[in-house]
Design a protein around this ligand. Structure first.
Ligand SMILES: Cc1cc2nc3c(=O)[nH]c(=O)nc-3n(C[C@H](O)[C@H](O)[C@H](O)COP(=O)(O)OP(=O)(O)OC[C@H]3O[C@@H](n4cnc5c(N)ncnc54)[C@H](O)[C@@H]3O)c2cc1C
Length: 376
């Protein structure tokens, strides 16, 4: 059914870590365009190479960073004192199953948005609202990427991953992945798992999954919960995202970011009630922070963007030539050209401190810190 699925290439000759040339600064490999040099850089162009390179580094105790699209990392100005293995494995295979769903087995290094476009073009529903998210397929299970009412966990059937503790390759079923809001077993234990391949099961519906995001439904002129043509959903999501600087675009300085810098806080119901109290005290009774069900009893999710804006941080706040909040979206911190990671962290701490002081809520960064740690 899928047009020209690409099978995995034949295993390539394993590149030994010893034969790797000097590495470029990691700023060239990250969407924030920040980060100092790595000691070594090597591309893994197949699943076998990825496994071999990681095992080789682990065998000699070499510090290791597995990097793909570089769209969810904040690399220190000092860089990374170890080997960076870039995930460049390719291949999409369609599996034959009798349950009527479309099953795809996709190598970690495939580009995520190209997979979304392939599915939309072939009538397979489930990831159309995740259009425009940069990066690789293999990184999507790590923080269970989500946007506009969909999460990748909803269509993942399993993940093939290398367990660095045992050196063995495992097939994890969806329960073992422990998916949660922007979290998974891979995110919780980042030094342990290398994602090699992801299996997906899509509904061959032709139409989208029910649209669960009010702004998207409005754009599509449908009610929440209704379906729409897949391509219309993809187009609407891309349009909404472009308006917020959330689709990578070399011509748009607001897209030089790691996407949303902070996750939406998940609060116990009583902590949310306290937040409502703080907000009323500070801003008046009409200022009620938004909330959504968090998927767990007695917890609610609130909006990091709302908290940041109402703590007094406007779009564009910061250094217009260095690090500043995006002019289109309060949650994105951007590098306007001359920024450093130290300045980015300083602005992030200023924002987190301002939200803590105003509302008593602790913001948690979404991207992964490399070569340094977040101290809020
Ligand atoms: C403009 C913009 C918009 C964004 N919008 C969204 C959004 O709407 N929703 C959302 O959830 N995210 C969003 N993001 C964040 C990001 O795109 C996703 O998290 C994406 O999945 C990261 O993929 P990557 O290949 O770039 O990962 P990288 O940045 O290369 O890596 C991220 C982390 O995953 C690890 N990693 C990568 N590949 C593997 C692997 N195969 N095995 C083990 N570990 C691995 C890395 O070591 C690192 O810790 C956005 C980012 C940008 C820049």
């Amino acid at each position: 059914m899928f047009v020209a699925p690409r099978p995995a290439p034949a295993p390539a000759v394993v590149t030994s870590l010893r034969r790797v040339d000097s590495a470029p600064p990691l700023s060239e490999l990250t969407t924030l365009r920040l980060g100092g040099p790595a000691a070594r850089l090597v591309d893994a162009t197949s699943e076998d190479e990825l496994v071999a390179l990681v095992r080789e580094a682990d065998a000699v105790g070499e510090p290791l960073l597995v990097l793909a699209g570089g769209s969810n990392v904040v690399v220190a100005d000092e860089g990374f004192a170890g080997t960076v293995v870039r995930v460049a494995s390719r291949g999409i295979e369609q599996l034959q199953r009798s349950d009527g769903r479309v099953w795809l087995d996709v190598q970690a290094g495939e580009e995520w948005d190209a997979l979304v476009a392939l599915c939309v073009g072939n009538g397979a529903a489930g990831i159309e609202a995740l259009s425009g998210i940069p990066g690789s397929v293999g990184a999507t299970p790590i923080q269970n990427v989500g946007a506009y009412g969909q999460e990748v966990a909803d269509v993942i059937a399993g993940v093939r991953a290398l367990d660095r503790l045992s050196g063995e390759v495992h097939a994890l079923d969806v329960e073992e992945c422990l998916f949660d809001y922007r979290s998974s077993v891979f995110k919780r234990d980042p030094a342990r798992w290398i994602v090699l391949r992801v299996s997906f099961a899509f509904e061959p519906a032709g139409k989208s999954e029910p649209v669960r995001y009010a702004e998207l439904a409005r754009r599509l002129r449908i009610d929440e919960g209704q379906r729409a043509p897949l391509q219309a959903v993809r187009d609407a999501v891309l349009e909404l995202r472009r308006g917020k600087g959330m689709v990578l675009d070399p011509g748009d300085p607001d897209t030089v970011s790691a996407g949303s810098f902070f996750t939406n806080p998940i609060l116990r119901e009583h902590a949310f009630a306290e937040l409502v109290g703080h907000a009323a005290e500070r801003l008046g009774r009409d200022a009620v922070p938004p909330s959504w069900p968090a998927g767990q009893r007695r917890y609610v999710k609130t909006s990091a963007a709302w908290l940041i804006e109402h703590a007094g941080f406007a779009r564009g706040h910061g250094d217009p030539a260095g690090i500043a909040i995006s002019t289109k979206h309060t949650l994105a911190l951007t590098n306007r050209g001359a920024g450093t990671t130290a300045q980015l962290v300083a602005l992030a701490r200023e924002i987190a401190g301002g939200v803590r002081e105003a509302f008593g809520v602790e913001l948690v960064p979404e991207p992964v810190f490399v070569g340094h740690a977040w101290v809020g």
